[in-house]
Design a binder for this molecule. Structure first.
Ligand code: SAH
Length: 255
């Protein structure tokens, strides 16, 4: 029997062209593709016709395949000699539970690899013109979860994050935006700190809203920003506004 194996693969942030060559090769080679909600479905078209494609994701608030069942399927298909590709949005190790899946594969004695992907924070920051670091403005950034699913673990240190990191990028935070804003203000972050929301980053449906920490929750509500979206808080959000105004000025000179 052919030796089965597992590839835990990042599909990139949304734009299907932002997948890596290595991840694409995994898709082309797979016998079974277990994919999540945030994976651009166009990518599944690159799999072999006979490859099994199994959806393991969930829409927010809806019934989903539990993580244990996904891992069981992954092990069962690989133990039967298949190349299983566990395809996940962004990077598999950034809020993606890829570490847990690697532990499960290792415990089952099945060969596995982890193929990195462009995480949505990097992708969305680039496509909206917000540098995560910028000379003289931002020398550090942090990727933070805004989700309740973190509550059974150590709580997020908003007190430390409010002061020790220049650019904060918050995943899974839109539904808790008011709470996150309150936490940062409570710990003394300036309400005039620039802030942005990026919805569906890197896709043709991308929307970006900018404001300040003080008003970002009202802007989000007014613009009806929904998941998947990221919150970026920090002075370098201003660079997007500079880029837009320079582009406008250049266009009006040409025009
Ligand atoms: N492993 C993924 C993150 C999974 S957590 C990665 O590396 O990107 C899911 C969260 O990612 C969403 O709630 C949202 O905050 C963010 N996200 C994923 N894709 C996104 C996109 N195209 N635009 C904006 N945010 C996105």
């Amino acid at each position: 029997m052919k030796q089965g194996r597992i590839s835990i693969v990042g599909a990139g942030p949304g734009d299907p062209e932002l997948i890596t060559v290595k991840a694409m090769r995994c898709i082309q080679n797979a016998d079974v593709i277990l994919y999540d909600r945030l994976v651009n479905e166009e990518l599944l078209g690159y799999g072999r016709d006979e490859a099994l494609r199994i959806y393991c994701g969930k829409a927010p608030g809806q019934h989903s395949m539990p993580q244990e069942q996904t891992e069981k399927l992954m092990i069962r298909y690989a133990a039967a000699g298949n190349h299983v590709v566990r395809l996940k949005g962004g990077d598999p190790l950034v809020f993606g539970r890829g570490g847990e899946e690697a532990l499960t594969a290792a415990a089952a004695g099945i060969p596995y690899e982890i193929v990195p992907g462009l995480t949505s924070a990097i992708g969305a920051a680039a496509s909206s013109g917000i540098p995560l670091t910028h000379r003289g403005i931002a020398a550090s950034f942090a990727f933070v979860t805004g989700s309740r699913c973190n509550e059974d673990g150590a709580p997020v240190r908003w007190d430390a994050l409010a002061h020790s990191v220049d650019t904060l990028v918050i995943y899974m935070g839109v539904s808790r935006l008011s709470e996150i804003r309150e936490q940062l203000l409570h710990h003394g972050k300036d309400p005039m700190t620039p802030a942005a929301l990026i919805e569906n980053g890197t896709t043709s449906r991308e929307r970006t809203v900018t404001g300040t920490l003080g008003n970002i929750d009202k802007l989000a509500a007014a613009m009806k920003i929904v998941n998947p979206a990221l919150i970026i808080i920090g002075e370098s959000v201003k660079v997007r506004e500079q880029l837009l105004s320079l582009e406008r000025a250049a266009r009006s000179q040409i025009g």
